[in-house]
Design a protein around this ligand. Sequence first.
Ligand SMILES: CC(C)(COP(=O)(O)OP(=O)(O)OC[C@H]1O[C@@H](n2cnc3c(N)ncnc32)[C@H](O)[C@@H]1OP(=O)(O)O)[C@@H](O)C(=O)NCCC(=O)NCCS
Length: 164
Amino acid sequence: MPDLSRAAAGLRIAPAEDLPGAARLLQAEGIRGWTVDVLAEAPARADRKVWTYGQLGSPFGVAIGQWLLEDAELLAVAVAPGLRRQGVGRALVDAVAVAAQAAGARRLHLEVRATNRPAIALYSGLGFERVGHRPGFYGDADATLMKLELRDPSSAAAFSPERR
Ligand SMILES: CC(C)(COP(=O)(O)OP(=O)(O)OC[C@H]1O[C@@H](n2cnc3c(N)ncnc32)[C@H](O)[C@@H]1OP(=O)(O)O)[C@@H](O)C(=O)NCCC(=O)NCCS
């Protein structure tokens, strides 16, 4: 199986034609609030980017990152069920981390359902550490809070998608 995360094939900042598909992917996973209109705000904002992966107009992966000064947040990531375990989720989160670091962020934060083992495995593999726990955060599930330290982008050892 090709290592799509290294080739970064099909990874892009979401163009307008990807947004309906991206919104559908997020909605299908119960990740609420990301309508086409909300996703379409990103190009006009300096603090948020949306990435997609897959055929233009029919993306099968999406991620959203946002940052303010030294803190960035991974707001969402989703890959279509039939196309998981091919490195797409990793490539998308890598893209968020690299862009956040380039924007000057020093830390990338996220919260995830404590029961979401695939996502926690993905984040842990990328170097995120568990830093907190919020009981009942999602109503029906607890939240696990995770953080990835992003180093100075001028440093040779800055965050790089090449480490695994
Ligand atoms: C979490 C999610 C984005 C992962 O996407 P993906 O494309 O399958 O992830 P990758 O193929 O890049 O996986 C990278 C690594 O994460 C870990 N991982 C991913 N899915 C896993 C699973 N089901 N079980 C165990 N480990 C898993 C593995 O270490 C994997 O590396 P490997 O395949 O070399 O073993 C995907 O499962 C998804 O969309 N889930 C529903 C939405 C969601 O929960 N989003 C996160 C909260 S917003």
